[in-house]
Design a protein around this ligand. Sequence first.
Ligand code: NAP
Length: 255
Amino acid sequence: MSAEPAPLPAHHVLILGGTTEARRLAEALAAAPSGRVTTSLAGRVASPVLPPGGTRVGGFGGVEGLAAWIVAHDVTHVVDATHPFAERMSFNAAGAAALTGVPLLALRRPGWTPRPGDDWTFVDSLDEAADRLPGLGSRAFLTTGRMGLHTFAHLTDTWFLVRSVDPPAAPAPPCLEVLLARGPFTLEDERELLARHRIDVVVTKDSGGSATAPKLTAAREAGIPVLVVRRPPVPQGVPEADSVDAVLDWLGTSR
Ligand code: NAP
């Protein structure tokens, strides 16, 4: 017979969200009897899937705004569960934790690593991806999100399949088809997508996780090169967890 986990001490956890992991953490904490959870979303997605527990939407107003919110709402713990490319918010969280003294943990899923048969080119930015793209293919599957699409707008000789949750805004490349979709995606669907659109290069951020990884397997199988944008730097000195369970352990032992 397995022992019941010890109940968490009283808490108000602020989750900086926008990821699958953030939602899973909110689900786990909302089921815990001894405290509160609030998930914060930036408000980029028009109809977000809201997690259980409290939610708030929109920026805080930088480090000071976030610190003020933490104090005003008696937050006991902050979990930075933002996307690995939400660089500014992670630094804001570190700054606000330093100002308030409230413990901060970063929930970061591991990045992807190439396997035998993969043809990946790592780049440091979307700008570098746009520079390298014409040398790799002419029909690109772009999965880097609608916000950075303007970076590719000058590529007039490349046809793009752009997949995003909400429609992208101009400026955008002239030859493109937009596919509105929200992960997770299956390997079967990704294979079919690459074949149907005669994709010959894939562009992705190193987001990690399983929800959007099947495109990488499909590209490997089809011998299609992938441009992978490396993750931005993270703030120094912030402890990290790579799973929801590890965050729950941390909540049970900190403070
Ligand atoms: P960012 O560049 O790091 O943040 C820009 C500003 O947006 C922040 O300074 C903050 O405004 C506000 N913000 C960001 N995340 C927030 C949150 N969870 N709650 C409240 N305000 C937030 O972030 P981003 O790259 O634009 O990403 C925005 C959101 O989309 C994040 O929550 C992230 O998890 C999610 N997301 C991002 C990507 C990506 O590729 N970047 C992909 C999937 C999901 P204030 O300074 O005013 O507080």
